[in-house]
Structure formats: structure tokens, C-alpha cells
Design a protein around this ligand. Structure first.
Ligand SMILES: [Zn+2]
Ligand SMILES: [Zn+2]
Ligand SMILES: [Zn+2]
Ligand SMILES: [Zn+2]
Ligand SMILES: [Zn+2]
Ligand SMILES: [Zn+2]
Ligand SMILES: [Zn+2]
Length: 410
């Protein structure tokens, strides 16, 4: 290691010869050169001018490693020195042997350390870290006074200015001062809000009220009170129309539902048919194999049949007759085989056609099924929308009825 680093005031009292010429601190484990200069053992490395030659910083004298020696006398004198903490001027009153300095610095409360939060760039004395984290750190956790959310102190201002939903702000329409930011939309709502500045048309205009003018809250209330029974009659008419329409669509939907059920049943039948056809085809294949087998056996018999030339006269005519008989029955058998093959080939064609037909049928049914389902979905959605409209209008009726009952709002 390099030498002992001392505070400026302590350094003034140390004799110059105890200072390392390389690191300029107080010598640690001192070595003396042939030119009578001192270096810390750890600093010797820096004096190397080649593999084996060292050069003194003070007078450029060159020497070999074997020419230097440790100076126990100087070492003892240095080890006897009493010094102060490096951070004496910051308030640390530690004072002890120079050899204990390093150990003290590792635990000294007056060392400056970076704040534990990366985002906070502050450096604080170890002894003040707790206080910094509690009172000054930009990253200390604080609670928003309005919404109680916790966040780093550095974010609080932006949160209050822009995001805090519980922060009271002034409504730009009615100039009311303490509307919570998160409640602004509710405040502006023409149905349930209390903003005098928010304008809207009569909610019954879509049902036939001729008033198209945008009105403030009080104007709207006045309009609703004056025309309460008219609005109510519009609504009654609307509800009747709506219930007629709903009835109509429900009637449309029912047969569709039945259609889908029938289609499901048909699908089952078709798949049964299909498996039957497959069985026929398989059987046909077996018969064809057998026919093929028979045909090759006939061929083999034909090959072994020899025309009887070399037979003695007398026997000749009867053998010739037998040969002809065998030949004929063989031909007959071949004809039958051909017929059998032809008829099964025909059956196979029929079966294939039937399969093809059923497959087309299934594709058509599937497509039809999809179409029906889509129509059903559309109808359901329509009924849902109508139900929704009905509910909204019911709400409007109720609120305008209440308005009429209670008299003008203030
Ligand atoms: Zn040194
Ligand atoms: Zn020297
Ligand atoms: Zn200290
Ligand atoms: Zn900090
Ligand atoms: Zn907040
Ligand atoms: Zn307002
Ligand atoms: Zn109206």
C-alpha cells in the first residue's frame, strides 16, 4: 500500500524525510535506496525503469532491487506518531497512533458517502444520512395531502399540478372553486352533474322534443318542468314502439333457434350415413381383392393345361373332349368374374358419388348454420341495445317526474 494520508494540520508537524518521494504521503513500511532516499514498500513498483533497474524520483540515481533495504529505525519513529482524523475539520475528534488511522477511517462518521437512492445525487456525511433521508432527500417517500398516495418527494409537485384526482381545482365553465380533479367529468355531466355552466340540449330531443337549443342547467330544469307532461307523452309513445319492436324480434328469433336445433340433428344423421357408406366401400375393396385372387388362380390353371397331342389314338378323342369341357367351364368362370368385377365397380362408383354428395351437403349445412348464428347474434345485439335505450329513458322519465314533484330546483 501507499503511505499514510494525513490532515493538512498534522502533515505540518511531520519531518520531510518521513514523506515518500513517490506518493507524497507519510512512509508506510519504509525502504532506503543507495542514494539515501525513502520510499514506501508499496510505491517501489513505480520506480522501475527496466526489468531489473530502478530509478530514484529525487535524484535520478539508478539502483538494483538488491541494493535497497528496509529501515526499521525510521519505521519505528513513524509508528510512534500520534495523528488526528482526516476529517478533523468536519468535527471528528478522533486522535490516536498513525497505525490505527486506516481502521478508524473505515468507520468514521464524518466520511462523505453517496445517498442510498441512485436518483438522489446528494453526498452526505455518514453521520447525517438518517437526517438527510428523513428531511432533505429528493427521493424520500412522502404522502400526498390530498389523495394519501405515497411517492418520492421529487414527484409530489408534478403529481399535485397534473395528476392528483383529489386536488381541488376551479371549474372553467361555472367558476366553482373546489371541484376535485377526478370529479370534474361528473360535475359536467348534463344528467347528474351540478355545473351551471355545462350546456346541453333537452334529453327528449331525440324522442321528438322540438327544442334544439343548448341550455344551461337552470334553463334545462325550467324547460323540463314547463314541458313535463309533453316529455312524458313522448316517452310513452317511444316505449310502446320499442316494446312492439322487441316483440317482433323475439318472434323472429324463435324459429331461427328451432332451425339451428334441426340442423344439429341433420348433422348427426349425415355423419351416420357417411360411416355406412365408408363401410360399403371397405367391403367392396375386399371383394375386389378376392376377384383379383381368383383371376390369377385361373391364369395359373390355364398355363398348366396342355393340349393333348401326344396321347395314343383311341384315348385321344375322349381326352380331347375333357379338355374342351375344362376349357369351357374355365371361360365361363372368367366371364362370371368379369361380371362380378363390373357390378362391384359400379357399386363403388355409386358409393363414391354418394359420399361426394353428402360431403357437399355438410359444407352447405355448415355455411347455413354460420349464417343463422350470425343473424341470431345480430338480433340479440339489437334487442340488447333496445333494452339499454329503454333503461336510459326510464331513468330520464323518473328524474323528470321527480323534478315535477319537487318543484323548481335552486
Ligand atoms: Zn509512498
Ligand atoms: Zn535518491
Ligand atoms: Zn474521523
Ligand atoms: Zn438522498
Ligand atoms: Zn394526490
Ligand atoms: Zn362547473
Ligand atoms: Zn324538451
Amino acid at each position: 500500500m501507499a503511505g499514510y494520508q494525513l490532515s493538512r494540520s498534522d502533515l505540518k508537524h511531520v519531518p520531510i524525510k518521513f514523506i515518500c518521494k513517490q506518493c507524497t504521503f507519510v512512509l508506510c513500511d519504509p525502504l532506503q535506496t543507495p542514494c539515501a532516499h525513502f520510499y514506501c514498500r508499496g510505491c517501489l513498483e513505480h520506480l522501475k525503469s527496466s526489468d531489473t533497474v530502478y530509478k530514484c524520483k529525487a535524484d535520478d540515481e539508478e539502483f538494483q532491487l538488491s541494493e535497497i533495504f528496509p529501515d526499521g529505525c525510521v519505521r519505528k519513529e513513524i509508528q510512534r506518531l500520534t495523528v488526528h482524523c482526516l476529517y478533523n475539520d468536519r468535527g471528528c475528534d478522533w486522535e490516536d497512533k498513525i497505525t490505527n488511522l486506516e481502521e478508524h477511517l473505515a468507520v468514521c462518521e464524518y466520511v462523505e458517502i453517496p445517498c442510498v437512492f441512485d436518483k438522489c445525487e446528494a453526498k452526505v456525511l455518514k453521520s447525517r444520512l438518517a437526517e438527510h433521508l428523513e428531511k432533505e432527500c429528493s427521493q424520500r417517500h412522502v404522502e400526498c395531502n390530498y389523495c394519501s398516495e405515497e411517492m418520492p418527494f421529487a414527484d409530489l409537485e408534478g403529481h399535485i399540478k397534473k395528476d392528483c384526482q383529489s386536488f381541488p381545482i376551479a371549474c372553467t365553465l361555472c367558476h366553482k372553486k373546489d371541484v376535485l380533479r377526478g370529479k370534474l367529468r361528473e360535475h359536467h355531466d348534463p344528467e347528474n352533474g351540478d355545473c351551471e355552466g355545462a350546456k346541453a340540449v333537452c334529453p327528449f330531443s331525440s324522442l321528438g322534443c322540438k327544442s334544439r337549443e343548448e341550455m344551461r342547467l337552470s334553463e334545462r330544469r325550467h324547460h323540463e318542468q314547463t314541458l313535463a307532461s309533453f316529455h312524458l307523452s313522448l316517452l310513452v309513445r317511444f316505449v310502446f314502439t320499442l316494446s312492439d319492436q322487441v316483440g317482433f324480434y323475439v318472434n323472429e328469433i324463435n324459429p331461427l333457434r328451432e332451425g339451428i336445433a334441426v340442423m344439429d340433428r341433420m348433422k348427426t344423421t349425415v355423419s351416420q350415413l357417411l360411416s355406412q357408406v365408408t363401410a360399403v366401400v371397405r367391403e367392396n375393396g375386399n371383394i375386389q381383392d378376392e376377384v383379383h385372387d381368383l383371376r390369377s388362380r385361373v391364369t395359373r390353371v390355364e398355363e398348366t393345361l396342355v393340349e393333348p397331342d401326344s396321347v395314343p389314338t383311341g384315348q385321344h378323342s375322349s381326352i380331347q373332349g375333357q379338355y374342351q369341357q375344362v376349357r369351357e367351364s374355365l371361360d365361363e368362370f372368367k366371364r362370371k368374374l368379369c361380371d362380378l368385377e363390373a357390378s362391384h365397380g359400379f357399386q363403388l362408383d355409386e358409393a363414391n358419388q354418394a359420399i361426394q354428395h353428402q360431403e357437399n351437403e355438410i359444407v352447405w349445412l355448415k355455411r347455413q348454420d354460420e349464417k343463422n348464428k350470425e343473424t341470431l347474434r345480430r338480433l340479440m345485439a339489437k334487442v340488447e341495445t333496445m333494452g339499454e335505450t329503454l333503461r336510459t329513458q326510464k331513468h330520464v322519465v323518473r328524474s323528470s317526474w321527480f323534478t315535477t314533484q319537487r318543484g323548481p330546483r335552486t
